[in-house]
Structures are given as C-alpha cells and as structure tokens.
Design a binder for this molecule. Sequence first.
Ligand SMILES: *Cc1c(COP(=O)(O)O)cnc(C)c1O
Length: 398
Amino acid sequence: MKPIYLDHAATTPLDPRVLEAMRPFFSETFANPSSFHTPGLRAKEAVAAARQSIAKHLNGREDEIIFTSGGTESDNLAVVGVVRALKTKGKHVVTSSIEHHAVLEPLLHLKKTGEIDLTILPVDKYGLVSVADLVVALRPDTVLVSIMYANNEIGTIEPIADIGRAILKWRKDNVTHFPYFHTDACQAAGVLDMDVEKLHVDLLTLNASKMYGPKGIGVLFVRRAVKIETLIRGGGQEKNIRSGTENVPGIVGLATALDLSQAEKDVENARLTRLRDRLIAGLLAIPKTRLNGHPTERLPNNVNISFIDIEGEAAVLYLDAEGIYTSTGSACASTSLDPSHVILATGLSYEAAHGSLRFTLGRSTTPEDVERVIAVMPGVVEKLRHMSPVNLDMKYFN
Ligand SMILES: *Cc1c(COP(=O)(O)O)cnc(C)c1O
C-alpha cells in the first residue's frame, strides 16, 4: 500500500526543485560568503539574491532579513533579543497560551530569572486570541507582544493584521514606539499572505522546513527601527545580529521554497481546503468526535479531531501499522505524553485532549488518501474504545 504521510505540520519533504536550486552550493559554489576571492563573491551573491527575493515576498527590505538556524532560533532571538535590548524601556511581555514552545519556553525562562513580567492571554474555544483582550493587557512598560500567525496543532489562523493595527493605534495614542509586535509565521509562510506592511508586524519568524524547503534554516524579519540584542556573538555576520558562516545552500533553499509556495498557494490552498473539509466531514461521522480549532479560520491543510475515550498515541501507532502517518499535537512535544497545551487552552477536558489526533495534508495528498483514512479510522477508534488501558499498555509499552 502507498504510504500516506499526513504530518506536514511537523515537516514537509524537500521539493525536488528546491533541491536542484541548492545542489551547486554544496560542492561547487562552496566558498565562504565572507571571503574576498571570486568563489567567495559568488556565494555572497547567492545569499544576496535569496535575501532580495525573501524581502520582496515579505514586502520588506533586504537589510531586514536575518538568517538563522530555523524557527526555534528566530523565535528565541525575537523574544530574548528584544527584551534585552529594551531593558531600560520596560519589562512586560504579552503572548498567548497557544504559542509554540519556541516562544513560550524562552519567555517562561525570562520570567523565572526575573527579566520580564509575562501576560499569557487566553484563547476562545476555537483557539482565537481576542484583540480587545490584548489591548486591555498593554501597559506603559510593555515592550513586546508575540502572537503566532497560524497554530501548528489546531491550524487556527490568528487575526494578525487586526492585532497589528490595534498595537499601532495604542502606540500612537500613548506616543511611544513600544511594544514591538512579533509573529511566528512558521506554519503560515507557504500558505498565507506574508506582507509585513499589511500585517503591521515588526518581527516575523519563518522557516523552510514547513514549506518544502530544507531543515535547519530560518529567517527573522526585523524592521529597521527595531532594537534587538544578538544571542550569538562571533564574526559579525547578519548585521552583527546573528554571527556564524552563512548556510548558503539552506538560504538558497529557503528562498526557492518560499518563492514556489507563494506562487502556487492559491491553487494548492483551494485543493487542500476541499480535501481537508472532506476529511473533517468523514471523521466527524464517527460518534463522540469533535473538531479542534476554528471551522473556517484555519490552515487549508489542518485537520485536528478529538476522539473521546481513546489515547491519541495509541491511534497514531494503529494508523502507523496501516501506513498512515499522523501525530498527536506537536512533534516538538511528543517526547512527553502530557496532553497538548494548545488543546487544553481551548477549554477541552484532559480526556478529550488526550484523544486528539492531527492530520496535516500536503502536496502529495490525494483524494484517494483521504478516502482511505476515512475508511480505516472507524475500525481503529472502535478497537481502541474497546481496549482497556491495561491491555493497551501491554501491547505497546512492553
Ligand atoms: C516548526 C515550528 C517552529 C520551530 O521551527 P524549527 O525550524 O523546527 O526550529 C516554531 N514555530 C512554529 C509555529 C512551528 O511550526
């Protein structure tokens, strides 16, 4: 049977066109972009062209694109870098309860060390942040707001442009340049509009590994006026904000992946939305199920369902045996069996959160794949609901 990979939110395969674009930069044009010789200049030109292309998609400027090692580093740089640079302006940060760990963990660490006061905004039952709640949370000493563009677990798309506009207005009313607004757009970059002017964001995180590019490469967009302290000191690359020899193949790969995704997104989003809605309808036909996330304000490839009275992890294993690859919550948290902080934040009980499964579709997903999942899933749910936890443990954890 054809394997059915439905974990595109964890990572996507490399697009062959991206691989082709990257290939010369491993062993032909391998020189260090900081070297003065001709091969170094060639590598430097490739980085410059990639930077220009990415800036264009974001409607930003080339010197506002900082290359990093991925989404996690960009998020850490954004939150820790801004907090430390604005130490004298204030120490209050606002975020949401459904952020990725790459935003929440550094913020919780800064809170623990006493470097910040932290407000974590709740979300509604669909996972949406309220703009009104956010404005109420702002204080004269608020230096940063960080709200993700689209959630990696439940697919909810946050009203980033509305939040950005509200922050602009607040800054104007209070005659201040702060807080800055950061958004983690890792799940959105290949799918949604990335215009930083329309979104009114000051910092934006994206990575290549969620849009058919290579792993280990990311961008932090940093608006020119933004003050940010570096986390990685060394040779002074990336305007002294992120030292280290540039990952030239990765940079070329990220730019190519963004280019292709953005060019193809309208057609691909429409196709995925149809498949997504068919899969949602098929799975909700199983008794005692619930859709997690927003019914319409959601990523075109995300299906997240709670199957009451089953263990999500057990279902992942049963589906794996069928060649269907899914996940519970996020890949980044799968070393722990605790239910997802995102699903709990939407108000679901511990039990319902435990039975949640995420199916994230992608370019290889066909209507036949979706029908196969719809055909297989009722049997899996039936089996698991009839299995006592003791049997479950013996079967899978010996
Ligand atoms: C994947 C992801 C990250 C982490 O990116 P890495 O490149 O794996 O470090 C951060 N935020 C979101 C929303 C993600 O989906």
